[in-house]
Structures are given as structure tokens and as C-alpha cells.
Design a protein around this ligand. Structure first.
Ligand code: TMP
Length: 392
């Protein structure tokens, strides 16, 4: 049985940064979150059609984020060293920062956003501009054979039909192959109150508990979990065919920690919903107080996360003047729903502002390090994670 525990109101597509001309046609949906009693999976109640989100306009190219490029390079090296795969498939390869660490002749990419799959294709990689399905896995198996390593980062939690997704993996995985995927951790979101990781692109938010159940019902065994710091706390999940590999201690450790926190108990989600409402009250209160005092606020990082916060809290241009972002495709556009202008960091003088809200709070240290001059001149950062606060 599905039980709703959180209603975040009307939301636009979190990464659909737009021009003024597009304001009148903007798409909105109800962002509600529910919990499945049986599998313990947390999901959005009303999914948005994937074609609306993942198309050639999708702006998030991973290669633009230097910490993520380093992350994928070291992950690829680690997986090569340990599993020595002779064939590699990446699901959701974006513009290639992971797969390009592997030999192009033995690698295959799947990426529904045509703008990105074209980039890996131009680098000589077999690139399929499709959504991941059992039908596609059949086609790839026919042309390229089975795969020793299947990898996906920040992708599996984007797919509505998990049974088909895992069945497609099972279909193409070689007998002793490994399936490795990483996505934001539900436990970390609950622990730090980062409700902003809930948006259209994440129809599911994974706990190890739920994945263990859903993988099992599709013939796969979860045998290892790495807890990662990326995206504010993610889990790297390792799975293989049943009975091909021993389950390691990290699986039990993670299941125990989640149980202790109450991930398998609906009351935990009701408490989380109260915390989210409190966060909204405190953030809006703080921003209003600052602007009422005649001070100015800007935001750093036009993130999907900040789309959730600004739309849920009703924060617009009256509170935040401008958002800066390093992504070229976002600059000159407006943030979804609340339409705050987005500019390049170089095009504003940060010293004109008293406060900088961290839309990309997951890069807090990188940003604080870059913006030392702002702090030295009395500037302060604001974040809502883990609680609403200002700091310098
Ligand atoms: P993410 O949190 O979804 O990875 O997105 C981070 C966004 O923040 C991305 O659009 C790039 C932007 N960004 C900046 O504008 N300045 C920075 O210093 C960093 C690290 C990221």
C-alpha cells in the first residue's frame, strides 16, 4: 500500500531553466511523496513523463562540474582495477565523464538526451539515444554481447519502472558481471532534512533497505554498499546475479543503520514532513528579515535542488536578486517557476551583496574557498541544510 507523507505543492520541471518568452507555457505538476509499505520504497506520487525532462534541452552536463569529473575518473579506475571488465555499459552516460575512461571498442553508452549522446558518439563511443528498457537491452546484447560491468550514476532513481530496469540489467549482464549504480541516499536526506533532493527527476529516493527488496524480487543480489559524499550523500550499490558472489558486511551495516533510524517505519516520514514545514518557515523568515533590513541576497548554483526550495517556499525575485551559475546553458535564463534571473559569476560583483544563499550547498567548501573575498568583506552564506542558518 502507498501512503502519502509530504505535499510540496505545485512545481515546475526542476532543471527546465527558461527564457522570458517561455514563461506562459511553463509546465507545473503536484509534487507529493509517498511510501510503499511492502518494498519500503519512497517515490513521487505522480510521475512526470520522462520525455518532458530528458530531451536534447537537458542542461546538466556533468563534465562542467569539475568535482564530478574527478569522482567519475577515480570510480572508473577503481572498478577497472577490481573487476577487470572486458565490456562496459553505462546507463545515463551524460556527456561521458565516466565511460571515456574505458576503451571505446568495448564500451557502450545509453543516454536519452540527444545533446549528450552526440558528444560521446563524436568521441567514438557506441551511443544509444534511448531510455533504458528491456527492449533496448535485447538490442544492445544482440549487437555487442553481454556486459561484464554495467554502471549508472544518478540515473536509476530517475526511472519509473524499476522492475523493468533491473530485468533489463539481468538480461544483459554476463554470468559473473557486476551492476554498480549510485544515487542519493534516502537516509542522508532524512538525517539532514535535505528535502530539496525531491523533484521531478527523482521519482524514487533510494534507501538500501528498499533497493535490497526490489533487486531481490528481480533476481539480483545486493552485495556491497559504499557510502559516498557526492550529491550531499549518495550510496554506491553493487549487485550481481543471485548466488554468484558473497554478500559483504557493508550491506548488513547499512541495513542496520537504516533500521535504527526508522527508514522502515512510516512515522519517520511524518516526522520528516514536519521538519520540512519548519525549514520553510525559518528560511522565508530569515530572508524576509534580511531584505526588510535593506540588505541584498544573491544565490550561488542554479540547481534543481534550489528549484524545489524556491517553489515550495515561494521565494522569488523580491527576496533573491540573482542566481549565479558556472553552466553556460543556464546563464541568461531564469529559474523554473519563480523566474529569478541567472547570470555568470563573472557578470556580477558579489561585493554588492550582503548574503549568498547556497543553492549548491553540496559544494559548500568549494564555493566558500572561491568566495573568500566576499567573506573577508563581511558577506555571509545562507543554507537550509541541515537547518536554516547563516555562516561565514
Ligand atoms: P548539482 O548540485 O546538481 O551538482 O549542481 C551544481 C550546480 O552549481 C551546477 O549548475 C554548477 C553550479 N556551480 C556553481 O555555479 N559554482 C560552483 O562553484 C560550483 C561548484 C557549482
Amino acid at each position: 500500500m502507498f501512503r502519502e507523507f509530504l505535499d510540496l505543492g505545485r512545481h515546475p520541471i526542476a532543471n527546465a531553466f527558461l527564457t522570458e518568452k517561455e514563461f506562459s507555457d511553463e509546465f507545473f505538476f503536484d509534487l507529493k511523496v509517498c511510501w510503499d509499505d511492502d518494498s519500503k520504497l519512497v517515490s513521487i506520487k505522480d510521475f512526470v513523463e520522462p520525455e518532458r525532462i530528458f530531451n536534447s534541452e537537458y542542461p546538466y552536463n556533468t563534465s562542467n562540474s569539475f568535482p564530478m569529473v574527478a569522482h567519475f575518473k577515480s570510480t572508473a579506475e577503481m572498478l577497472k582495477e577490481e573487476f577487470k571488465p572486458k565490456s562496459v555499459l553505462e546507463i545515463g552516460s551524460n556527456d561521458g565523464p565516466f565511460i571515456t575512461n574505458f576503451d571505446r571498442d568495448t564500451s557502450v553508452c545509453v543516454e536519452p538526451c540527444g545533446n549528450f549522446s552526440l558528444k560521446t558518439a563524436h568521441k567514438g563511443y557506441q551511443s544509444y539515444t534511448y531510455f533504458w528498457t528491456t527492449e533496448l537491452s535485447e538490442k544492445i546484447k544482440h549487437h555487442h554481447g553481454t556486459m561484464d560491468l554495467i554502471y549508472a550514476a544518478n540515473c536509476i532513481c530517475h526511472i519509473h519502472d524499476l522492475d523493468d530496469t533491473f530485468n533489463a540489467v539481468d538480461n544483459i549482464l554476463s554470468d559473473n558481471g557486476v551492476f554498480v549504480f549510485e544515487d542519493p541516499s534516502l537516509l542522508r536526506i532524512l538525517e539532514r532534512g535535505s528535502y530539496d533532493q525531491i523533484y521531478d527527476e527523482h521519482p524514487h529516493i533510494f534507501s538500501v533497505t528498499a533497493l535490497n527488496n526490489v533487486l531481490k524480487r528481480n533476481g539480483l543480489t545486493l552485495f556491497r554498499v559504499d557510502n559516498l559524499s557526492v550529491h550531499g550523500g549518495s550510496n554506491r550499490i553493487y549487485a550481481a546475479r543471485e548466488n554468484t558472489i558473497d554478500v559483504e558486511d557493508s550491506v548488513l551495516d547499512n541495513l542496520m543503520r537504516e533500521k535504527e533510524f526508522g527508514v522502515d517505519n512510516f512515522q519517520t516520514y511524518e516526522i520528516f514532513a514536519d521538519r520540512v514545514a519548519e525549514s520553510k518557515k525559518n528560511l522565508v523568515g530569515l530572508l524576509r528579515k534580511i531584505t526588510d533590513d535593506g540588505k541584498r541576497i544573491m544565490s550561488i548554483g542554479a540547481t534543481a535542488k534550489s528549484t524545489t526550495v524556491f517553489n515550495y517556499c515561494g521565494i522569488g525575485k523580491e527576496l533573491i536578486d540573482v542566481i549565479t551559475d558556472t553552466t553556460l546553458d543556464k546563464q541568461g535564463k531564469f529559474s523554473p517557476g519563480v523566474h529569478i534571473p541567472i547570470m555568470s559569476r563573472e557578470d556580477i560583483n558579489i561585493l554588492d551583496y550582503d548574503y549568498a544563499y547556497l543553492g549548491a550547498w553540496n559544494f559548500k567548501d568549494v564555493i566558500a574557498n572561491k568566495e573568500r573575498e566576499f567573506v573577508e568583506n563581511g558577506g555571509k552564506f545562507i543554507t537550509h541544510v541541515p537547518t536554516v542558518m547563516e555562516f561565514s
